[in-house]
Ligand binder design. Structure first.
Ligand SMILES: C[S@@+](CC[C@H](N)C(=O)[O-])C[C@H]1O[C@@H](n2cnc3c(N)ncnc32)[C@H](O)[C@@H]1O
Length: 326
């Protein structure tokens, strides 16, 4: 600024200021509405595109099924070997591999069992499996959703690394009335789920019912790094074995659930109090004695055998109109 005359500098500033103030209202009136309209249009367009993308995403998810993300393939050779060995299969066994993926279990299973039925929902995996199993009479590959398929009618075992996200529907199918021919299972599931299913204190009537007919046991933990891609959490092996003699009659399942639901409304109170709504005082005394239940023992701490004994006492001694509804 050294050689600029201060007078001309001030005059220039005044002139530009006046020019700006003169044209600004004009610009506002003429161009700003257009500018705002343009911005509004842009935002609308962006919102529209966002909605479209969301719709397409949903459609894709729907088409491929909600569980397609559950593709954690087991790739650790030693874990696979141990897992299959622990299933104790013989050449006369039929094995169901639920969610066969690329067959990391299917093919080694065929070397142990007489027949392997591999179920897989992903068309690409199915193509891969069919090509690899071509000409092998021991392996049958079924493409479909396990939840919608019929289970075998003849005795079968399940040895599988199942899609974790549908653990409950798979168990419902195997351990419920549909799984009449299901004998034994070795299932790889989420570690947390394996813990919940095998803990001694239970508040879920349906789980109690399953355990009237099956023994559930958590075996080894499988680190998440043994899968590709690794799941969020570690997995564990759940062993399921049908009891030689069910603790309650098979056909009384719904009634047992009703009984368990009523008692489990307050799982922390003593069973002697929980039973008051069903049994008379004399019946309570006799049933507790027969089931070997202490007067202070809570509902939560009842063993499987005690549950079964109390339920059977109800069937035997209580008039049906007092039985809790399922
Ligand atoms: C955890 S991966 C196990 C794959 C393979 N058994 C292994 O251990 O490498 C589960 C598999 O189940 C398949 N799957 C997911 N939902 C399914 C369903 N509803 N019915 C059948 N297969 C399903 C997935 O495509 C995936 O291949």
């Amino acid at each position: 600024m050294g050689n600029v005359c201060p007078f001309s500098y001030c005059a220039l500033r005044l002139f530009t200021c006046a020019l700006f103030n003169f044209f600004l209202p004009f610009f506002r009136r003429r161009h700003m509405p257009a500018f705002f309209l343009f911005c509004e249009k842009l935002t609308k367009r962006e919102n529209h595109m966002r909605k479209q993308n969301k719709k397409q995403g949903n459609a894709r998810a729907h088409k491929s099924g909600p569980n397609f993300s559950a593709q954690h393939l087991l790739h650790h050779p030693e874990t696979i070997r141990q897992f299959i060995r622990s299933a104790r299969l013989s050449s006369s066994d039929t094995v169901l591999d639920i969610g066969a993926g690329k067959g990391s279990l299917t093919f080694p299973l065929a070397d142990q069992a007489g027949k392997v039925i591999a179920v897989e929902m992903d068309a690409e995996f199915v193509r891969f499996l069919r090509a690899k199993a071509e000409g092998d009479p021991r392996i049958r590959i079924i493409q479909g959703d396990i939840r919608l398929l019929r289970l075998p009618k003849e005795a079968f075992h399940v040895v599988a690394n199942i899609p974790f996200s549908i653990t409950t529907p798979i168990l419902e199918k195997l351990l419920g009335p549909e799984g009449r021919a299901f004998q034994r299972g070795m299932l790889i599931i989420e570690k947390g789920a394996a813990r919940r299913l095998t803990q001694t204190e239970m508040v879920d009537p349906r789980l109690l019912l399953w355990r009237m007919h099956f023994v559930l046991e958590m075996r080894s933990v499988i680190p998440r790094t043994h899968f590709a891609p690794p799941p969020r959490v570690d997995a564990a092996v759940l062993r399921i074995e049908r009891r030689e003699r069910p603790l309650i009659p098979i056909q009384q399942g719904a009634r047992f659930v009703g009984f368990a639901k009523l008692l489990l409304r307050e799982p922390r109170i003593a069973a002697v109090h929980a039973l008051k709504g069903i049994f008379t005082p004399a019946q309570i005394k006799a049933s507790l004695k027969l089931a070997n239940v202490d007067r202070e023992q809570t509902v939560l701490s009842l063993s499987m055998e005690q549950w079964a004994s109390l339920f059977c006492s109800m069937l035997q001694h209580v008039t049906p109109h007092r039985w809790p509804k399922g």
